[in-house]
Design a protein around this ligand. Structure first.
Ligand code: RIB
Length: 312
């Protein structure tokens, strides 16, 4: 693969509306928050931005509304050097938004209102066929219609492009989509919803990952937040611990992990190594408030890894 990997993301764009609160409210309660932060989000856009900040050549296939959020999203992609030729505008629907609460324990809850993201169609993906075929790696999530993701994966597989599926938010998945997936990266909640198996402990997560593996992906990585990640494929099953940091906001950490994973694999790193360093990128992102604004540059990631290696 190329030294500057080419990564295509077919996925969502949201505007994140993050309120920091002392704790998550109970039903019917009004709670006073600490602070409010608005910024660029959406799992697809986050993964694209994470990969671009770490040095990849990134193209995005997405749909935004004809509104101020859509204009800002396009500007933000350009500012990060992301190819926006296939970021389309939906004249009918508003841009996607995501109200998010983050509490003092650095736990979050997220609601997405997809808007224009649900207008991204298989036809839109076919129009971007060459973008996908030219990539080393395709990343998709489930914040656009599943039929759209499936079409992107069909194009990628026929061109031997490596496919990474982040099945988030969890949804019923067609068998064909899992069969076209090279690397499936759910978190503990998503793997539980897909397989019906608990992923509470590391060993449970390993079993759940194996249950997902038999559905078709070549490798499964379950991200477990501060407990790290488990990686399972036909030959191996390993637990990769996380890098301990002082977490303030986990929003987008999973996306940073996937963007970093795509870059490192595109650079030719073995999967287990890539999982370890992608965990470092995710750890860095939780030390800052906000979604994409918390994502590290390559220099920051390299420095963090060098410091941790010296300390070890
Ligand atoms: O994974 C975090 C992201 O989920 C947020 O940026 C939010 O927009 C939702 O898509």
């Amino acid at each position: 693969m190329a030294s500057q990997p080419r990564i295509c993301v077919v996925g969502s764009c949201m505007i994140d509306l993050i309120s920091r609160v002392p704790r998550l409210p109970t039903l019917g309660e009004t709670l006073v928050g600490h602070s409010f932060h608005m910024g660029y989000g959406g799992k697809g856009a986050n993964q694209a931005t994470a990969a671009a900040r770490l040095g990849a050549q990134v193209s995005m296939v997405a749909k935004v509304g004809r509104d101020v959020f859509g204009d800002g999203t396009l500007e933000n992609f350009r500012a990060n050097g992301i190819d926006t030729r296939f970021v389309l505008t939906d004249p009918e629907r508003f841009s996607g938004v995501a109200p998010i609460l983050v509490d003092d324990r650095a736990e979050n809850v997220i609601v997405i209102v997809p808007g224009a993201n649900y207008g991204l169609s298989p036809d839109d993906v076919r129009a971007a066929e060459a973008q996908i075929q030219q990539a080393d790696i395709l990343c998709c999530q489930l914040e656009v219609p599943v039929a759209t993701t499936l079409e992107a994966f069909r194009i990628a597989r026929s061109a031997r492009v490596v496919t990474i599926l982040n099945p988030a938010p969890a949804a019923p998945l067609p068998d064909e989509l899992l069969a076209l997936t090279d690397i499936c990266v759910p978190n503990e909640v998503e793997v539980q919803m897909i397989t019906g198996r608990s992923a509470q402990s590391v060993s449970d997560a390993m079993e759940a990952a194996r249950a997902l593996l038999v559905k078709g992906p070549r490798s499964v990585i379950v991200t477990l937040g501060s407990r790290g990640a488990v990686l399972v494929d036909a030959e191996t099953g390993v637990h990769v611990p996380s890098f301990p940091v002082e977490a303030v906001d986990p929003t987008g950490a999973g996306d940073e992990f996937i963007g970093a994973l795509a870059v490192l694999l595109g650079e030719g790193r073995p999967l287990a190594d890539a999982v370890r360093d992608a965990s470092a990128a995710a750890a860095l992102s939780v030390t800052r408030i906000g979604t994409q604004v918390s994502f590290p540059t390559r220099a920051e990631l390299d420095e963090f890894l060098a410091t941790r290696q010296e300390a070890a």
